[in-house]
Write a protein that binds this ligand. Sequence first.
Ligand SMILES: *Cc1c(COP(=O)(O)O)cnc(C)c1O
Length: 222
Amino acid sequence: MIAENLKRLKDSLPPDVELIAVSKTKPESDIELAYSAGQRHFGENKVQEMVGKWEALPKDIKWHLIGHLQRNKVKHIAPFVHLIHAVDSLKLLQEINKQAAKHDRVINCLLQFHIAEESTKFGMDMEEARALLNSDTYGEMDNINLTGVMGMASFTSDGAQIRSEFDQLKNLFEHLRSEFLSDKEDFKEISMGMSGDYEVAISCGSTMIRVGSKIFGIREYH
Ligand SMILES: *Cc1c(COP(=O)(O)O)cnc(C)c1O
C-alpha cells in the first residue's frame, strides 16, 4: 500500500512542491518501502527515533526534523540532519550553529511561526522573528542557512480558517524576505500542509508538504 499511496500522492502534486514523507512512529521497513519507490525526504519529530533510523537506513536519505527541538538534543542530529523545520528561538539557532560548526557543516533551518488558534502549538510571531534577524548574534552565524518558514494550521474542520492561517504564513514569509532576506536566494521555502490540509496549503503557496498518515496509514502511539 505504501508505494501505491506515495505514487498517487506524488502524481497529484505540482512538480515544484517537495514531499516530506513523515515516518514518525513507523518501522524502518515502512521507510524502506517508500525508499524503494523513490522517496528520499523523510520527516521525524523525535530526535532519538530519527538518529536510530538514520543509523540503520541508506545514507542518501534526507532527514527532516519537523517537531519541537530541545537545545540539549541538537548535538545528536547535527552530523546528518538535512533540514530543521521548527526553529523558534535565537538560542536554539545559536546551538544549531555551534553544533554544525563542530561537524564542519552548514545546517538548513526554517523559522517556525505560530499561526494556529491553539496556544499549544510552538512558534514565533513577527516581532520575535524581527528581533532574531536583527540581532548581531544571528549576523555572526556561519554554520546555519535560513531557507524559509514553517507553520501548522489549527486542528479544525473549518476550511476557511485553515486557509486564512496558511495565507498568514505566506504573508509573513513575503514580509521577512523583503525586509531582511531579499538578496538571499536560498530563502524560498514555505513548509505547510499535512495529510488533512496539504491541498489548501499548496493553493496558498506551500513549497514543502509534510505528509504522514496519507502515505503510511494511521499512527498507533504507544
Ligand atoms: C505528524 C506531523 C505531520 C504529519 O501529519 P499527518 O497528518 O500524518 O500527515 C506533519 N507535520 C508535523 C509537524 C507533524 O508532527
